[in-house]
Design a protein around this ligand. Structure first.
Ligand code: GLN
Length: 308
């Protein structure tokens, strides 16, 4: 993209680095607490193969909730959209990502959407495979294919922490089982979910994921891995539900389909143009990267990239 060639990405990043001091690093697992709160990295990739990176864009962090969009793609490929959305809704919940509140009271008797934990755990249970190990290996291969990086793997310290502290998620899993939303073993579904959250990536890996979505499901080798009709669903759910219970405000201020994770990552898509990967682990009260969000507000306005 010509417009980006003249941009001073370092200056834009450094201007927004100050916002890292307004947030807090996730600390529900001791391992996550070790992240440097002032770290900030951005990587932007365009469809012509240009790459623009600034700051700590090679630093590793766990993908956390960003994994929800990748698992949803594979679950849709494995099961089709009729089945998936018979078990999980498509509406923003307006509640925190780990809320249990509406699970029982909702008249639909299913999680509001696949971007909140309850919906994501249901989606993780739909990945096909002979056993838990095979299901997760298929999913990990799918992450590697989309991000075009065979070295992507699980951070096992974080995975153990997720599993040991994951009792709220576990309670949702058992509730979903009691409602017939999870078909197989609950612990197997939870294990896939804890592992997918613990996949370690860099801002560059996340930008590649964004680029894959910007290209409507095609990798840089030209292979159509996911059909457009699934990518459209993913981008729409990112736009409406991707930033937890701040998705509405984010849509107004940034206006790009995006998904955040409590590891400090954000993936953003400028459809047909760019994939953006961000790492800045200091989070706001909803669990979104503060500096990452501020950077995206500036960037989207500067180049008039907003989709709406
Ligand atoms: N592992 C976290 C959880 O399940 C991920 C959530 C997130 O990134 N919001 O609570």
């Amino acid at each position: 993209m010509e417009a980006l060639k003249t941009m001073d990405l370092n200056a834009l990043l450094e201007k927004n680095r100050a916002f890292t001091s307004l947030g807090k690093v996730a600390n529900y697992i001791p391992e996550l607490d070790k992240a440097n709160p002032n770290a900030f990295g951005v990587c932007i990739m365009d469809l012509e193969g240009n790459e623009y990176c600034a700051g700590e864009c090679n630093e590793k962090f766990t993908i956390q909730s960003i994994s929800k969009i990748v698992t949803l793609m594979l679950a849709l490929l494995d099961n089709g959209k009729e089945y998936v959305f018979s078990k999980v809704g498509m509406e923003p919940s307006g509640d925190p990502f780990n809320s249990i509140r509406k699970l029982e009271t909702s008249s639909r008797k299913k999680p509001y959407n696949p971007m909140i934990n309850a919906g994501a755990i249901a989606v993780s249970s739909m990945i096909k495979g002979d056993d838990g190990r095979d299901k997760f290996n298929r999913l990990l291969d799918f992450f590697r294919k989309i991000m075009e990086d065979d070295s992507i793997d699980v951070n096992y310290k974080i995975y153990i922490g997720e599993s040991e502290t994951g009792n709220r998620n576990r309670s949702m899993g058992y509730f979903l089982k009691s409602e017939g939303i999870i078909k197989g073993e609950v612990e197997e579904a939870l294990d896939v979910y804890f592992k997918q959250c613990s996949i370690e990536v860099t801002a560059k890996n996340i930008a590649k994921l964004g680029l894959f979505l910007a290209r409507n499901g095609v990798t840089s080798t030209g292979e159509q891995v996911v059909p457009y009709k699934i990518i459209r669903i993913i981008k729409t759910l990112m736009f409406t539900c991707g930033m937890y219970d701040k998705s509405g405000e984010f849509a107004v201020k940034v206006g790009l389909p995006s998904k955040s994770g409590v590891g400090g990552g954000i993936v953003s898509v400028v459809p047909g143009k760019l994939g953006i990967g961000i790492y800045a682990p200091a989070l706001d009260e909803k669990g979104n990267s503060v500096a990452g969000t501020k950077f995206l507000e500036d960037f989207a306005e500067m180049f008039d990239f907003r989709v709406l």
